[in-house]
Design a protein around this ligand. Structure first.
Ligand code: PLP
Length: 398
């Protein structure tokens, strides 16, 4: 049997996709399972976006495009960055990829050499550390628990920096915690980074539009424009426009990094899907009013799920500021159920398995996101499903 590469042995499959797959398997076996594992909006892609792609198919726009994205979509991305974020980019500073995941993959492969360190605040999106491992870099995890609203401090960032630090990743609104950094908080992180000019900044703004709290979206470049020449702004259409299956992400950044990322893409996947690019262009430059009804539904569910979780003794949950997840502190509950012998060990994995087997609810353990003692519940599902699911969770944990 052929030995696998050390690179691939260092990584694991995405745990969130695994939970979704396991829930689907149990359902197919006839079990009554409510899946709260999914990381995608339950809404359909808006009609005007689908129509644009249907027209593109019928017109025969079904061949390779420029590797880094069609001129039309790149222009739409440039206009979006200007309109929503106040950032100026040229076409050579934009790269369109097959989803936000590929954007981060291209970036990491372009800038990380073996042994280079990447600072990742936890809880983190599951793919950051594993993509860094594929590049043979070293993920340096900085923990921020519920006590600090899941946000790292400037002092923690400063402490994590070493001569090998090459990149800092920030994701706000955060998957999984729902935390949103304020402009002032971003400024204090930016001040640390200004003292370390060799560090690149990757800001993952995937949930920019799923802002559940009051106020405007801001990222670290708004707080600290001096970082422009070493910041990559990552975004995509997956979450904002319910387009996860279309696979389009995009980013803006320094030209030499974007060119390197494009080279990696040209030798791996080539251009993103032609028809998806037309759809993404329609999403970015079309009527933005399709976003508000989805956000308003997420807000209502956010309040419902948070209240329902906090009503369970031993469970603590903050109201999410963005994205569509509740990230609940279940350390007390784990301790209690473990002491009673109800769950097999004191881990969040055991608790999640118990919830799946005994409660019929699929959630993702916090350890998948680098934060042991929590569970993530996606509220990208109907209120009826959520009411049913939270009733089951309360019964199983109560
Ligand atoms: N970034 C974050 C924080 C995410 O949660 C996701 C998806 O779950 C992505 C990026 C990637 O999105 P996609 O590759 O589906 O565009």
């Amino acid at each position: 049997i052929v030995e696998l590469s050390k690179r691939v042995q260092a990584i694991k499959p995405s745990p969130t996709l695994a939970v979704t797959a396991r829930a689907a398997r149990l359902k197919a076996e006839g079990r009554d399972i409510i899946g709260l594992g999914a990381g995608e909006p339950d809404f359909d892609t808006p009609q005007h976006i689908k129509d644009a792609a249907i027209i593109a198919i019928n017109k025969g726009f079904t061949k390779y495009t420029a590797v880094g994205g069609t001129p039309g979509l790149k222009n739409a991305v440039i206009a979006k960055f200007k309109r929503d974020n106040g950032f100026d980019y040229t076409a050579a500073q934009i790269l369109v990829s097959c989803g936000g995941k590929q954007s981060f993959f291209n970036l990491t492969l372009s800038v990380i050499d073996p042994g280079d360190e990447v600072i990742i605040p936890a809880p983190y999106w599951v793919s950051y550390p594993d993509i860094v491992l594929i590049a043979e870099g070293k993920p340096v995890i900085v923990e921020a628990g519920i006590e600090q609203d899941f946000k790292i401090t400037a002092a923690q960032l400063e402490q994590a920096i070493t001569p090998r630090t090459r990149m800092f990743v920030i994701n706000s609104p955060s998957n999984p915690s729902g935390a949103v950094y304020t402009l002032d908080e971003l400024k204090t992180l930016g001040e640390v980074l200004l003292r370390h000019p060799e560090i690149l900044v990757a800001t993952d703004d995937m949930y920019e539009h799923i802002l559940l709290s009051e106020g405007r979206f801001v990222n670290i470049l708004n707080a600290c424009p001096e970082l422009y020449s070493r910041t990559i702004v990552l975004n995509g259409v997956s979450k904002a426009y319910a387009m996860t299956g279309w696979r389009i992400g995009y980013c803006g950044g320094p030209e030499h990094i974007i060119t390197a990322m494009e080279n990696i893409q040209s030798q791996s996947t080539s251009s993103p899907t032609s028809i998806s690019q037309v759809a993404a262009q329609a999403a970015l430059s079309g009527d933005q009013s399709c976003i508000a009804p989805m956000v308003s539904a997420f807000r209502e569910r956010n309040r419902f799920v948070t209240d329902a979780l906090n009503a369970i003794p031993g469970v603590k949950c903050l109201l999410s500021g963005g994205a569509f997840y509740a990230f609940a502190d279940v350390r007390e509950t784990i301790g209690r159920l473990h002491a009673k012998g109800v769950i097999k060990d004191g881990s969040d994995i055991a608790l999640s398995e118990y919830l799946l087997e005994n409660g019929g609810v699929a959630v993702v353990p916090g350890s998948a996101f680098g934060s042991e003692g929590y569970i993530r519940l996606s509220f990208a599902t109907t209120m009826a499903n959520l009411e049913n699911a939270l009733g089951r969770v309360a019964k199983a944990l109560g």
